[in-house]
Design a protein around this ligand. Structure first.
Ligand code: PBG
Ligand code: ZN
Length: 327
């Protein structure tokens, strides 16, 4: 007779388990990051991210088609410019690499949602996410001059055809100023996905290899959040909502599952989790060593983000996951 409660009853076969599954990872949840470089015919594999490449625009277009054909609704574009300078010219120039890639993708695959990362770190000579005074080697990023450059960047990305603007620099007031720039230029229908709670994380290491965006001095702790803080994430979220963010992101994801959960509870907006480069690299490295089952670990990890409250997941595993979800 005992025990009376037998949770195992509902686990006894695959169909029952399917019926009572509380969360479902689907291809519609995924956003695939891509790195654009100048030139043509280029596909440089990133040393610390097996399976991830810096791609020239022609290759980005091929990749975008493949992504769309797999049923993934969106990509996010990062750019590695020809030249870097103090004004991050490559970020806001109409002939910038992300602008070119955006135009080409929208022309070839109009229905694929093109998100663009709106930040300066890939384009500044010093690798910081904002504007620094000439000759300042202390890494003191000036907030308000950065806002002007971000506004210009977002407008030129929208001009190129970007569907969603995703500012990642953690400057105070960046959603307000980008919203203003977009609205003044006729882009009031373009949503902003704010990297609202972005931590100063060592998990971004491999991304900085991919995007060539390592700060030349100092670190990002004066603008990205301290990993020790949770309440502060809610404050950041609140501010970005008040400034007009349409979607919110938590980044990284794995070490911040509690933040994903709290953010989801605190808002009615869609919440995205960024499964960052270092998280990808850890899984890839152990899978390549034969130490874990890559497919199962990836699906379990991405499903975990859903359970934590994420509506969307930015992940370098997106194409693999889409294939595995089909089979
Ligand atoms: C740029 C930016 C970074 C990432 C996305 N946008 C890196 C950073 O802040 O240094 C990291 C993404 C990843 O690690 O996959 N602000
Ligand atoms: Zn940045």
């Amino acid at each position: 007779m005992f025990p009376v409660h037998r949770p195992r009853r509902l686990r006894s076969n695959p169909q029952l388990r399917r019926m009572v599954a509380e969360n479902q990872l689907t291809t519609s949840d995924l956003i695939y990051p891509l790195f654009a470089v100048p030139g043509s015919g280029i596909a440089n594999e990133v040393r610390s991210m097996p399976g991830v490449y810096q791609l020239s625009v022609d290759k980005i277009v091929e990749e975008a088609k493949e992504t769309y054909d797999l049923g993934i609704p969106a990509i996010i574009l990062f750019g590695i410019p020809e030249d870097k300078d103090l004004d991050a010219t490559g970020a806001w120039h109409d002939c910038g690499i992300v602008q070119k890639a955006t135009e080409a993708v929208k022309k070839a695959v109009p229905d694929l949602v093109v998100m663009v990362d709106t930040c300066l770190c890939e384009y500044t000579s010093h690798g910081h996410c904002g504007y620094l005074e000439t000759g300042d080697l202390t890494g003191r990023v000036l907030n308000d001059p950065t806002l002007e450059l971000l506004k210009k960047t977002a407008v030129s990305q929208a001009n190129a055809g970007a569907d969603i603007i995703a500012p990642s620099g953690m400057m105070d007031g960046f959603v307000t100023s980008i919203r203003q720039g977009l609205d003044e230029n006729g882009f009031e229908d373009i949503p902003i996905m704010s990297y609202a709670a972005k931590y100063a994380s060592a998990y971004y290491g491999p991304f900085r290899d991919a995007a060539d965006s390592t700060p030349q001095f100092g670190d990002r702790r004066t603008y990205q959040m301290d990993p020790a803080n949770g309440e502060e994430a809610l404050k950041e979220i609140e501010l970005d909502i008040a400034e007009g963010a349409d979607m919110l992101m938590v980044k990284p994801a794995l070490a911040y599952m509690d933040i994903i959960w709290r953010v989801k509870q605190a808002t009615h907006l869609p919440v995205a989790a960024y499964n960052v480069s270092g998280e990808y690299a850890m899984i890839k490295a152990s899978a390549l060593n034969g130490w874990i089952d890559e497919q199962r670990v990836v699906i379990e990890t991405l499903t975990g983000f859903k359970r934590a409250g994420a509506d969307l997941i930015l992940t370098y595993h997106a194409k693999d996951a889409a294939r595995w979800l089909q089979s």
